[in-house]
Design a protein around this ligand. Structure first.
Ligand SMILES: Cc1cc2nc3c(=O)[nH]c(=O)nc-3n(C[C@H](O)[C@H](O)[C@H](O)COP(=O)(O)OP(=O)(O)OC[C@H]3O[C@@H](n4cnc5c(N)ncnc54)[C@H](O)[C@@H]3O)c2cc1C
Length: 482
């Protein structure tokens, strides 16, 4: 074993990428823990029909592993999972993974300069460095509806899809209007007897610029790997430009009009269209990209209900107007709890300080990676690092930064390093100031705003500025303990 002991939590893009880059740097003293029984993170957990990425695979892939035989421009869930399996096998990190190991607590022991980890099944581990790659979308959110437990039919969340459920001829309700619902509704609408879509907040939808590669195109990518690299650069520039929707009112309005025109083309019934017309500002939520969702909602066997749900009874859903909607199944397409970072993992730093308490007003970190008072603790996809661009680009910036921190610790012969509180505070004040100038800061009600109204998940600038900010570790930002 070479290098300090490193515990990585998570086997999604973050954890796998971190392990590969450590190995490439000649450090193999790491162990990866995952509560799941397989690799893939969200791309393992979300196996609902139609699950796919809204960023083209040329960009939604590691920069060090660009060449994979993608069948289409945008990877589907099985393809992305196959890509991650390919990476794990190619770089030989499988033996370092401990599946079915949910870390419940992580406590920093300053005297020993060790993180002491406690798994939910009682096992204990320790490491000098702790890297959390727990992801943002691993806690499914269920709406708090009276009587939900009494429902006599089948019910499940999109992140825990019931693969055995036979949809043929069934009366199915879908609660939720986000990206997942937009992907699975077209896959089941033509199978069910009736689909009732409970849409409290209709969302902006735009066409998805996707296609299946022809055999010739796939061969061309294989023969000329440079083409894939060029496609990656082109896609990156396109996605960076899209950020302007957040800050430029003219661009935002034009995008809003284009989305409403798409709605008008796809939904022929004016009453249905009215129910599907968003009432919030474009850009407030992640825009749905789909060529099939609106067409599915336009079907005769699909009813749109925008009356509030009053309660769930054994026979179905009762809306606020007293109507009973009889059902065989309810699918919760209600997303996740991204503002509850790391939850339910309990992390305790210097002086017994608990991270959840430090984050009472909302999660925050320096560069989304480190938190004052929590030495040698690094996060991947931490607070305010979510973007509309490829998350993998952000994750790679974080991995490089963490690697540099690990090298810095070795060079300084320090036992641990922690970011200075004033550096973290200054960084977050500036971040929140920038957020106030974006659509996100204009009072949106979205998954990235916490209960106190603070935007805790979004990076409010183009992703290249994040990569620039994380390109080097400034030693003056940290205190080192030798
Ligand atoms: C349905 C869906 C679609 C998405 N589509 C896109 C997209 O189109 N474009 C895009 O850029 N992003 C998309 N995302 C965001 C996606 O989360 C990121 O792109 C990326 O996959 C995050 O990788 P990650 O490794 O950080 O987290 P995850 O993939 O969430 O992995 C987290 C890992 O941590 C493990 N874990 C968590 N807590 C513990 C614990 N306490 N102990 C042990 N193990 C633990 C989990 O088991 C898992 O292995 C999507 C997310 C979802 C849910």
């Amino acid at each position: 074993m070479t290098g300090p002991s490193i515990a990585i939590i998570g086997t999604g893009f973050g954890g796998i990428g971190m392990a590969i880059r450590l190995k490439q740097a000649g450090i193999d003293s790491f162990t990866i823990y995952s509560k799941a029984s397989d690799i893939g993170g969200v791309w393992w957990a979300n196996s609902y029909p139609g699950a796919a990425c809204d960023v083209p695979s040329s960009l939604y892939s590691y920069s060090f592993e660009k060449h994979f035989e993608w069948l289409r421009t945008h990877g589907t869930q099985p393809e992305i999972l196959a890509y991650l399996r390919h990476c794990v096998a190619k770089y030989g990190i499988g033996p370092a993974i401990r599946f079915n190991t949910e870390i419940a607590t992580a406590d920093f022991d300053a005297a020993a300069a060790l993180w002491r980890l406690h798994a939910t099944d009682g096992r204990r581990f320790e490491a000098s460095i702790l890297v959390s790659a727990c992801g943002l979308f691993n806690q499914p959110a269920y709406p708090d509806i009276e009587g939900a437990a009494d429902f006599a039919g089948t019910s499940f969340h999109s992140a825990c899809w019931n693969q055995a459920f036979d949809f043929a001829g069934k009366r199915v309700a879908v609660i939720g209007t986000g990206c997942s619902a937009a992907q699975f509704v077209p896959e089941i609408a033509d199978k069910v007897g009736k689909l009732t879509a409970f849409l409290r907040t209709p969302q902006y939808i735009v066409p998805k610029q996707e296609k299946v590669y022809s055999a010739e195109e796939r061969q061309r990518f294989q023969r000329h790997p440079l083409l894939r690299s060029l496609d990656r650069i082109k896609t990156y520039i396109t996605f960076e430009r899209r950020f302007r929707v957040q800050t430029d009112e003219n661009i935002r309005r034009a995008a809003e009009q284009a989305s409403l025109a798409f709605l008008a083309r796809e939904i022929t019934d004016p009453a249905k269209r009215a129910k599907l017309t968003p009432t919030y500002r474009f850009g407030c939520k992640r825009t749905i990209q789909s060529n099939t969702y609106l067409a599915a909602l336009n079907r005769d066997n699909v009813e749109i209900v925008n009356t509030a749900i009053a309660r769930i009874v054994p026979e179905g859903i009762v809306t606020a107007d007293g109507t009973l909607h009889p059902l065989d199944a309810i699918i919760y397409g209600t997303g996740f709890k991204p503002t509850e970072y790391l939850s339910p993992l309990r992390v305790t730093g210097l002086g017994g300080r608990v991270l959840d308490e430090a984050w009472r007003r909302g999660a925050e970190a320096y560069l989304g990676i480190t938190v004052a008072g929590f030495p040698n603790f690094f996060m991947i996809y931490g607070p305010n690092t979510n973007t509309a661009n490829s998350i993998v680009v952000m994750i790679e910036g974080q991995i490089s930064y963490i690697l540099k921190c690990i090298r810095r610790l070795a060079r300084k012969r320090a036992r641990f390093m922690t970011v200075r509180a004033e550096v973290q505070a200054r960084f977050n004040e500036e971040l929140q100031r920038v957020i106030r100038g974006t659509v996100w800061g204009s009072g949106c009600r979205a998954y990235f705003v916490n209960a106190a109204g603070r935007v805790v998940t979004q990076w409010p600038k183009p992703s290249r500025l994040y990569r620039w900010a994380t390109r080097k570790v400034r030693p003056q930002d940290f205190s080192f303990t030798t």
